[in-house]
Ligand binder design. Structure first.
Ligand code: C2E
Ligand code: MG
Ligand code: MG
Length: 406
């Protein structure tokens, strides 16, 4: 696996050498270890391909259409994501927020993490929080770092046939009394040579190639089975499972989940389905129908990565979600970043207004917990509580956590 050294590697793309040089200096001042520069996206792609090692962050402008003949920024984002040449992207642009947000949603759809967007010209004030956050996150999450693994469709097919996928579970707890309310199933690919491969490295590909349903089924089956095991051990918690939009639109999905619930004797309200916030989910009739059917059957419905996508109050009000999970980009280290307080607060308020439970993901520090709890967030999930763990460890962890909390 192409693991990089300990420092952050950043690629800056800007056609103006003066702007580029200023950006290089700022990024270096913020603590990046290695900085690459490219004049345009063609040059950047050639350089990244030749490096055989993904960068942690690409900072680029996105324009509606670049100079004649050149690829536009949107195309570039797609190609970077497809070839896994970078883990994160930061868009520095003068374009409208709404256009940038839709490009970000697309980047996410392709499995790229979006570090955020800043207004051009970039300044140390708007760049620093993003870089500092990435440096911290990189140190804290070795698993997420290895997402630049190249995976082919054949690899995935083989892995499904060999049953190499296994969910790990990350607990979440109630802010008011520390009670464990649920665990989220997070899939890992136990690769015989590469070790544990994180979902970012294969879920987008699986989703585009129709292999997602096989993976979703494994996660559902194992998660609901574990829920039964935990109930038998006296642990009454919900289990939540992530669905891509394609998985959600699989016509027989609601029946399949109901069948598994029945087979293992798990109440429907103990099963939560998480769908990432995106315009498509709340605009397309087929997704709305799938969500409505799941809700009518009594399953919980969660909007994942809430707060950075394009959902509006009107769109959300049309759906039948039961909770929102505030995106970790708004949560991790937020106590040090007052510029995010407003966004966080308004996301929480919107959710409350719609009668939804709020869960923060990516809570890494006590200070984040305190701030979120003050802002009225109901539940917390993140490394500060626990990292994702194999199903076998959940019972011991929950029992240990209770003892600590009392
Ligand atoms: P997600 O559903 O938003 O899951 C949260 C991600 O944040 C997980 O990454 C989790 O390990 C990580 N995380 C949790 N707490 C912290 C923290 O305090 N700090 C930091 N830095 N990270 C934290 P993971 O497991 O790599 O999963 C990434 C994404 O892959 C998930 O994001 C979800 O969208 C997707 N995914 C995971 N499992 C499945 C699955 O079974 N099916 C589908 N369709 N998607 C999945
Ligand atoms: Mg999730
Ligand atoms: Mg999330």
């Amino acid at each position: 696996m192409a693991e990089s050294g300990s420092g952050l590697r950043v690629l800056i793309i800007d056609e103006q050498s003066v702007t580029r040089r200023m950006a290089v200096k700022m990024v270096r001042d913020c603590g990046a270890a290695e900085i690459l520069e490219a004049e345009n996206v063609e040059h950047a792609l050639t350089m990244l391909d030749a490096q055989k090692r993904a960068v942690d962050l690409v900072i680029t402008d996105v324009k509606a259409g670049d100079v004649a003949g050149a690829m536009d920024g949107v195309e570039f984002v797609r190609r970077i994501a497809e070839r896994r040449l970078a883990a994160n992207i930061l868009i520095a642009s003068a374009l409208d927020d709404s256009i940038i947000r839709s490009i970000e949603t697309m980047a996410k759809g392709f499995g790229l993490d979006v570090a955020g967007h800043v207004k051009r010209p970039i300044s140390p004030e708007n760049l620093r929080p993003v870089i500092v956050r990435l440096v911290a996150r990189r140190a804290a999450a070795p698993l997420l770092r290895s997402r630049a693994v190249h995976v082919s469709v054949e690899d995935l097919r083989h892995a499904i046939a060999q049953k190499q996928f296994v969910p790990h579970f990350q607990p979440r707890v109630r802010a008011s009394d520390g009670e464990v309310t649920a665990v989220e199933a997070l899939i890992r690919w136990r690769h015989p040579e590469r070790g544990l491969v994180p979902p970012g490295a294969f879920i987008p590909l699986a989703d585009r190639t129709g292999l997602i349903d096989g993976i979703t089924d494994v996660v559902l089956e194992k998660s609901i089975n574990w829920a039964r095991v935990w109930l038998d051990a006296g642990i009454d918690i919900a289990v939540s499972v992530n669905l891509t939009e394609n998985a959600l639109n699989q016509p027989r999905l609601p029946e399949r989940i109901a069948e598994l619930a029945k087979q293992h004797g798990v109440a429907h309200e103990r099963i939560v389905l998480e769908v990432t916030e995106s315009a498509a989910i709340t605009e397309f009739a087929s997704s709305l129908e799938a969500l409505a059917r799941l809700r009518i059957m009594g399953f919980g419905l969660s909007i994942d990565d809430f707060g950075t996508g394009m959902g509006t109050a009107e769109q959300l009000a049309r759906t039948s979600f039961t909770e929102v999970k505030i995106d970790q980009a708004l949560v991790t280290g937020v106590f040090e970043q007052p510029q995010f307080f407003g966004l966080l607060e308004s996301s929480l308020k919107l959710a409350k207004r719609l009668g939804l439970k709020t869960v923060a993901e990516g809570v890494e520090a006590q200070e984040d917990w305190d701030l979120l709890s003050r802002l009225g967030c109901d539940e917390m999930q993140g490394y500060h509580v626990a990292r994702p763990m194999p199903g076998e460890e959940v019972e011991g962890w929950v029992k240990g956590w209770h003892r600590e909390a009392l």
